[in-house]
Design a protein around this ligand. Structure first.
Ligand code: UD1
Length: 458
């Protein structure tokens, strides 16, 4: 990193920005230094082979970390991935007064929430990660106050938080916009019948956490039922919350007086599993994922099977082996809430369609702006037409290495996968922070399976 640091001395920073923009270089300015931009360099690496362990699910661990704010005491989470979003969530908890100890090697996180005495989350933290909004429900439930800036995160369209706010208001919360911040407060949260107009994962989790300490019984109709929501439910039940799930998509929460610290192992990351399976499909190899839960990936496995890949599932749906076909057929799919095809695997699966025989129609229905990777794949020779939220992908047989830029966490992965299959030199991907946010050392895991991926600074 030292070689990447240069002192700006007294030069006005705006001149550097103008110069860098002119040169089209990606450089971050931190204090009086500028840091040369990092890239991920990917060389063609066909035929991934081997066995891979999975980390804990990012989308489960982040919300479970915020749920610890509902208790006062020491909780232990295991199988915690050392990804940048987890480090940001640690900063958030510490800023509120929690004592946090993270053993990255053992993936164990100990959080003591006894000393939590604040409910203001700084905009710096909020802007890094949309999941910070998930602190709102627990803070309201424990302190009757939460002050948060409007959250940041990936650029997947407008991504409002109106479902969270509207329903907190119904539960008796007053909300005021103060500058860039939302100041929310309530004297006592009231239980309500909440109807979500869309099964939003975050809104379901936030409302459910708040409702655990509300007076009376809250019912969430049209709730999200992702495996990560169930992992949170298990944690809340361990804390002493009374929660039941009924058909169709209804979560019932009976408020209790207080909740207790817990120990919990985070579920394996189905999105990391899906990414590794698709990486193997794209490079034409064989992979074994002993911890992968096949029942968390039904639609993905169904579509990979339809492409011609051979899939074996272990006993009780645990463990997946994929042997890639050398003649993959294009398949069409549409992203929908769980148990449909996950939006988070849409970009990697699109890479697989670029390399398949035939034409695939991919419809993104969860986020309105999640096809930004298309223009990057086009730079690599993909033939993709986009109309509204539908991409029509014509299989091209081979992709070509190119310079590309990641647009969100999952797109960063897709581009790395495309680079692994691409011919003619190396693929260089900028905006590496997206890749680091969502995954713990996925590059190293892929390299162990035969990939050739490295980080460089220029
Ligand atoms: C979570 C996941 C993310 C995944 C997404 C959908 C985490 C940390 N992130 O994000 O990886 O891609 O679920 O499976 O768990 N919406 C509104 N108003 C709201 C809330 C959501 O309009 O108040 C819209 C969103 O803009 C989006 C859709 O609802 O179009 C789904 O969003 P949601 O399920 O809330 O996603 P997140 O919880 O942000």
């Amino acid at each position: 990193m030292i070689s990447g640091l240069f002192c700006l001395c007294d030069w006005p920073k705006k001149y550097f920005h103008i110069l860098l923009e002119f040169l089209n270089r990606q450089i971050t300015i931190v204090g009086n230094y500028f840091i040369m931009q990092e890239y991920i360099v990917v060389e063609q690496s066909l035929g991934l082979q081997g066995t891979a362990d999975l980390v804990g699910a990012k989308n489960a661990v982040l919300v479970i970390m915020t749920s610890l704010l509902l208790t006062a005491g020491k909780s232990t989470l295991t199988n915690v991935p050392a990804s940048n979003d987890v480090f940001n969530m640690i900063l958030l908890l510490e800023a509120l007064g929690a004592q946090v100890l993270f053993n990255e090697d053992e993936h164990t996180l100990i959080v003591d929430t006894v000393s939590v005495n604040k409910w203001h989350v700084s905009p710096d933290i909020m802007k890094k990660m949309r999941a910070s909004v998930l602190a709102m429900g627990p803070l309201l439930a424990r302190f009757g106050h939460a002050e948060l800036a409007v959250p940041g995160g990936c650029l997947l369209g407008a991504r409002p938080i109106d479902y969270h706010l509207k329903n907190f208001e119904k539960m008796g919360v007053s909300i005021a916009m103060v500058g860039d911040e939302l100041h929310t407060s309530c004297s006592q949260l009231s239980a309500r019948r909440i109807v979500l107009e869309y099964p939003s994962v975050g809104a379901t989790e936030n409302i459910m956490m708040a409702a655990t300490l509300a007076q009376g019984t809250t019912t969430i109709i049209n709730a999200a039922l992702e495996p990560e929501v169930f992992d949170l439910i298990e944690v809340l039940q361990k804390m002493g919350a009374h929660i039941t799930v009924n058909a169709p998509a209804t979560i019932i929460i009976e408020g209790v007086q207080e909740l207790h610290p817990i120990s919990h192992a985070i579920i394996p990351d189905r999105l990391e599993a899906g990414t590794l399976l698709i990486a193997t499909a794209v490079t034409g190899g064989k992979i074994v994922l002993p911890q992968a839960r096949a029942d968390h990936l039904d639609l993905v496995l169904y579509k990979l099977d339809e492409m011609g890949h051979s899939i074996d599932i272990g006993q009780n749906n645990v463990g997946i082996t994929l042997r890639a076909t050398q003649a993959p057929k294009a398949v069409s799919f549409k992203t929908t809430p769980y148990p449909g095809f996950p939006t988070d695997l849409q970009a990697p699966m699109m890479v697989a369609q670029c390399l398949a025989e035939g034409t695939s129609v991919i419809e993104e229905t969860v986020f309105e702006n999640r096809l930004l990777h298309v223009s990057e794949l086009q730079k690599m020779g993909a033939i993709i037409g986009v109309k509204d939220n539908k991409a029509t992908v014509k299989g091209v047989g081979q992709l070509l290495s190119s310079a590309v830029a990641a647009t969100d966490i999952r797109a960063s992965c897709a581009l790395v996968l495309a680079g692994m299959a691409a011919h003619g030199g190396t693929t260089m991907m900028s905006n590496t922070h997206h890749f680091k946010r969502g995954y713990e050392a996925l590059d190293i895991k892929l390299n162990t399976l035969g990939a050739r991926i490295r980080f460089v600074e220029e």
